[in-house]
Design a protein around this ligand. Structure first.
Ligand SMILES: CC(C)(COP(=O)(O)OP(=O)(O)OC[C@H]1O[C@@H](n2cnc3c(N)ncnc32)[C@H](O)[C@@H]1OP(=O)(O)O)[C@@H](O)C(=O)NCCC(=O)NCCS
Length: 144
C-alpha cells in the first residue's frame, strides 16, 4: 500500500474532504450537519490521506493551533494512518511556529491521542452530544 499524507486546499479539494467527513461524522457518528461545517473551514489548513491514490482520511489545523475533524474511513482504520496523519499535522504546526497544539478529543479516542503524546487538560464536556475532553501536546520535542 502506498500512503501519502499531505496538505489539502479547501477551495480545490473540499468535495473530497466533505465526502469523508460526511461519511464518518454525519452518517456514522450522527453529528448534525450544521455543526459539522463551521466558519473555520476557509481559514484552516486541511490535510488528506491517500491509500494507493484514493482519499481515505482527513483532518485540519486552525490558525489558533487547534487540530480537529480527524477522520479515517472505517475500512482503513487500525492501520496506523490516523497516527501518521496526526504526526504530519503536528509537524506542520511546528513549522508554522506553534509551540503547542490542542484538540477536543472524543472520549472514546483519548487513548489514540495519548499514544501520540497528547495529555488531558480539564474535564469532560459535551459537544455535538458526544463526550469530549481537551488534550494538548507540546511540540518542542519535534525537530525542525
Ligand atoms: C480516531 C481515528 C482517526 C483513528 O484513526 P486510525 O487510522 O484507526 O488510527 P491508528 O490506526 O493510527 O491507531 C489505531 C489505534 O488507536 C485506537 N483507536 C483508534 N480509534 C479509536 C477509537 N475511536 N476508540 C478507541 N481506540 C481507538 C485503536 O484501538 C488502535 O490501537 P492499537 O494500535 O493499540 O490497536 C479513526 O478511528 C476515526 O476516524 N474514527 C472515527 C472518527 C473519530 O472518532 N475521530 C476522532 C474525533 S476526536
Amino acid at each position: 500500500m502506498a500512503i501519502v499524507v499531505r496538505t489539502a486546499n479547501w477551495h480545490s479539494e473540499r468535495s473530497t474532504i466533505r465526502t469523508i467527513r460526511e461519511t464518518v461524522f454525519v452518517r456514522e457518528q450522527k453529528v448534525p450537519a450544521d455543526l459539522e461545517w463551521d466558519t473555520l473551514e476557509e481559514s484552516a489548513q486541511h490535510f488528506l490521506v491517500f491509500e494507493d491514490g484514493v482519499a481515505i482520511g482527513t483532518g485540519r489545523l486552525t490558525a489558533g493551533g487547534k487540530i480537529g475533524r480527524l477522520a479515517i474511513k472505517k475500512s482503513a482504520r487500525g492501520l496506523g494512518y490516523g497516527a501518521q496523519l496526526l504526526e504530519t499535522i503536528c509537524e506542520h504546526a511546528r513549522h508554522l511556529g506553534h509551540q503547542r497544539v490542542y484538540l477536543h478529543a472524543q472520549q472514546q479516542a483519548q487513548g489514540f491521542y495519548s499514544r501520540s503524546g497528547f495529555v488531558v487538560e480539564g474535564d469532560i464536556f459535551s459537544e455535538a452530544n458526544i463526550p469530549h475532553i481537551r488534550m494538548v501536546r507540546d511540540l518542542d520535542s519535534l525537530s525542525g
